[in-house]
Design a protein around this ligand. Structure first.
Ligand SMILES: Cc1ncc(C[n+]2csc(CCOP(=O)(O)OP(=O)(O)O)c2C)c(N)n1
Ligand SMILES: [Mg+2]
Length: 694
């Protein structure tokens, strides 16, 4: 070990302290240079994060995506400099989206010098798709803790399916650091309640109990007894009264590892801005640079050279290499050897694990997908979806999911023999029961996706609002999470406007990268899933009808495979030369078809465009898009039982949108269709008017 610049060889304790102070001062300097960021919490939590990483975690910096690594989640993402410091000091390597190791550091010292600047691998908050070694994107408080529940469920599920006597292929743990903000958020309560119920003993949350948030003392708004609350959830609750006491922290982490049948919460009493003489224990240390003079005094209190900036003393990188580096490398090489013999003993399972890790699908994943015969009465979107999900779950071993207590309504229950329910005593079950916890459900399915399982979560479309923060993160993280949302419009009639989505499609379409799909009949549901299942880096929302939709006769109409292009010509004007375009999605497709038939009978050359997905259509070539929506045809009517917001882009300034501009109402569907004008005659009239035929 190199000991240049130090008078005598350092003791282990001195090296621990030097490493901790390096994390602290890198954090202080980065925030100071950026003139923005959060120094106080990294200063306080450096010892805990150091202990987790360097003494406990099985993580190989050489391969940050090794499948059996322990996971680390920084749920209080504003303290991101903690993560950038340890990723840098451990020499964690970068990996690209094709899972190739790039032979360069995930976070360089230069990135840290350029903290929060454009292109830096040390951005303001941890970003999963951007920096290798980040296990999940955090920043919206509560998301990290909730996502970690999915990671914990995934580990249990993977262990149940793949571990065999002598082959502990998956036995990793999940460590999560969170603050007051995370534990105040409702999503954390949902997540903690679910975790306690499931007894996920592979999950440890370390709660930074510093009594400070942005506005000041937590006594302003947060005075509950957190320990008692978590005990009531069924957690094992431990306390460490001094955030600088490495031995106690390590001991508590050991107790976590030895505790079976319950998750663990470690309540860590810390002092934000530790070491800063004037800012210690104040909200001022939370989210702004310390200031030049305070930095000097703080460094003096650490015994650090006062003028040095971004200093990594000799011996620190080596100390991390000897700790997490050596332990992680040994664990990974043992695992690699174990996996080689596992491959010989259980080749099919090993192949599954390979495929899953690359987000590939197994051969035959789409065999037996249903084809629905033409049927005027038809079948509900949710019904068709249920049949598809049951086929997919049998074809793809690692495809699983569930609903927030609406399985029987969403038709998402996997009913085939052996599907099972995921519970503490049956961790191989493929039906997840999230309870009435939509937000935690969405974060949990993200956690499953991050663990390379293929997962879906379901509820009524209206309650996508309750899941939206996690849906947004699935898009930001580029995860192939699937959201199955049924009762997608006014189909539930009598339940009334509280249950009738209006603005939801528009608002989800506004999320970059998210695919929304609103299929118009049962075969479009099948093709929708066929498309979605092949996504590797994009989440998708399926908006499905509650009520039966006629199954179109695909001998007379274009094949439903057109769904894969987002929009397609379902029925054309004679000679393929339309004068008016009728564009529709979901339950309104049949309205457009009926209007089309009437218009044709009147000698008006109409075309029906089925447009289940704007995002997929927008990705097609200009040539294709123009072939579906010919630029010369200006008479265009869009019809969709949702907010009209945004449809102008397809109908143009001279087109017409038949949609919703108010909330719905409580009444049978038929009278709602009449009241809000979702009738073929209205589409026909709009078309005639646009053509000046009346
Ligand atoms: C959902 C959400 N709401 C608000 C914020 C803004 N915010 C960032 S940090 C913070 C205070 C967090 O307090 P705590 O978790 O105790 O962090 P500490 O100051 O102790 O590090 C707030 C309100 C956020 N990031 N996410
Ligand atoms: Mg706090």
């Amino acid at each position: 070990m190199s000991t240049t610049n130090v008078a005598a060889p350092m003791t282990g304790a001195e090296l621990d302290q030097l490493s901790i102070n390096t994390i602290r001062t890198l954090s202080i300097d980065a925030v100071e240079r950026a003139k923005s960021g959060h120094p106080g919490t990294p200063m306080a939590l450096a010892p805990a994060v150091y202990t987790i990483w360097n003494r406990v975690m099985r993580f190989d910096p050489q391969d940050p995506i090794w499948p059996n690594r322990d996971r680390f989640v920084l749920s209080n993402g504003h303290a991101s400099m903690l993560l950038w410091s340890v990723l840098h000091l451990t020499g964690t390597c970068a990996v690209n989206p094709d899972y190739e190791r790039l032979g360069q550091p995930s976070v360089s010292l230069d990135d840290i010098r350029r903290f929060r600047q454009i292109g830096s691998k040390a951005p303001g908050h941890p970003e999963y798709h951007w920096v290798s070694g980040v296990e999940t994107t955090t920043g919206p408080l509560g998301q990290g803790v909730a996502t970690s529940v999915g990671m914990a469920i995934a580990q249990k599920w993977l262990a149940d399916r793949y571990n065999r006597p002598g082959f502990a292929i998956f036995d990793y743990d999940i460590y999560v650091v969170c603050g007051d903000g995370c534990l105040m958020e409702g999503v954390a309560s949902e997540a903690a309640s679910l975790t306690g119920h499931l007894g996920l003993d592979n999950l440890c949350w370390i709660y930074d109990n510093n009594h400070i948030t942005i506005e000041g003392q937590t006594s302003l708004a947060f005075t509950e007894d957190v320990a008692t609350r978590f005990l009531a959830y069924g957690w094992n609750v431990l306390r460490v009264g001094d955030a600088n006491d490495l031995e106690r922290i390590e001991h508590a982490l050991g107790v976590f590892r030895a505790t079976k049948g319950r998750p663990t919460l470690i309540i860590l009493d810390s002092h934000i801005g530790y070491g800063a003489p004037h800012k210690h224990d104040t909200a001022a240390a939370h989210g702004e640079p310390l200031g030049e003079e305070e930095v000097r005094l703080t460094k003096r209190s650490y015994g650090w050279p006062e003028e040095a900036q971004f200093l990594v003393p000799d011996g620190v990188r080596e100390h991390f290499a000897a700790g997490v580096g050596a332990r992680g490398a040994a664990a990974r090489s043992q695992w690699t050897a174990l996996f080689a013999s596992y491959r010989a003993a259980h080749p099919e399972f090993a192949a599954e694990i390979d495929q899953m890790q690359r987000r590939d699908l197994p051969a035959g994943w789409d065999r037996n997908l249903p084809v629905f015969p033409a049927d005027a009465k038809g079948i509900a979107g949710r019904e068709a979806s249920g049949k598809v999900l049951n086929v997919l779950a049998q074809n793809i071993p690692w495809f699983l999911g569930g609903s927030a207590d609406l399985g029987p309504s969403n038709k998402t229950t996997l009913t085939y023999e052996g599907a099972g329910s995921f519970q503490a005593g049956s961790p191989g079950g493929k039906n997840l029961h999230f309870g009435v916890r939509e937000h935690a459900m969405a974060a949990t399915v993200n956690g499953l996706s991050l663990s390379k399982l293929r997962a879906f979560g379901a509820t009524f479309f209206i309650f996508s609002d309750y899941a939206r923060p996690a849906i947004r993160l699935s898009a930001l993280m580029e995860l192939p999470t699937i959201f199955v949302f049924t009762h997608d419009a006014m189909g539930d009639g009598e339940d009334g406007p509280t249950h009738q989505p209006v603005e939801h499609l528009a608002s989800l379409r506004a999320i970059p990268g998210l695919v929304t799909l609103r299929p118009g009949d049962a075969n479009e549901v099948v093709e929708g899933y066929r498309y979605v299942m092949q996504l590797r880096h994009q989440p998708a929302v399926l908006a499905l009808s509650r009520q039966p939709l006629p199954t179109l006769d695909r001998r007379a109409f274009a094949p439903a495979a057109g769904v894969a292009r987002g929009a397609y010509v379902l029925a054309d004007a004679p000679g393929g030369n339309p004068e008016v375009l009728l564009i529709a999605s979901g339950s309104e497709l049949i309205l457009a078809v009926e209007a089309y038939e009437k218009l044709l009978a009147e000698g008006i050359r109409a075309r029906v465009v089925s447009m289940p997905s704007w995002e997929i259509f927008d990705q097609q070539t200009q040539e294709y898009r123009d072939s579906v929506l010919p630029p010369t045809v200006k008479a265009r009517v869009a019809v969709e039982q949702a907010s009209t917001f945004g449809w102008e882009r397809y109908v143009g300034s001279s087109g017409r949108v038949i949609g919703m501009t108010t909330f719905g109402a409580s009444a049978p569907l038929k009278s709602l269709q009449k009241k809000f004008g979702f009738e073929p005659e209205r589409v026909v009239t709009a078309a005639r008017q646009l053509l000046g035929r009346q």
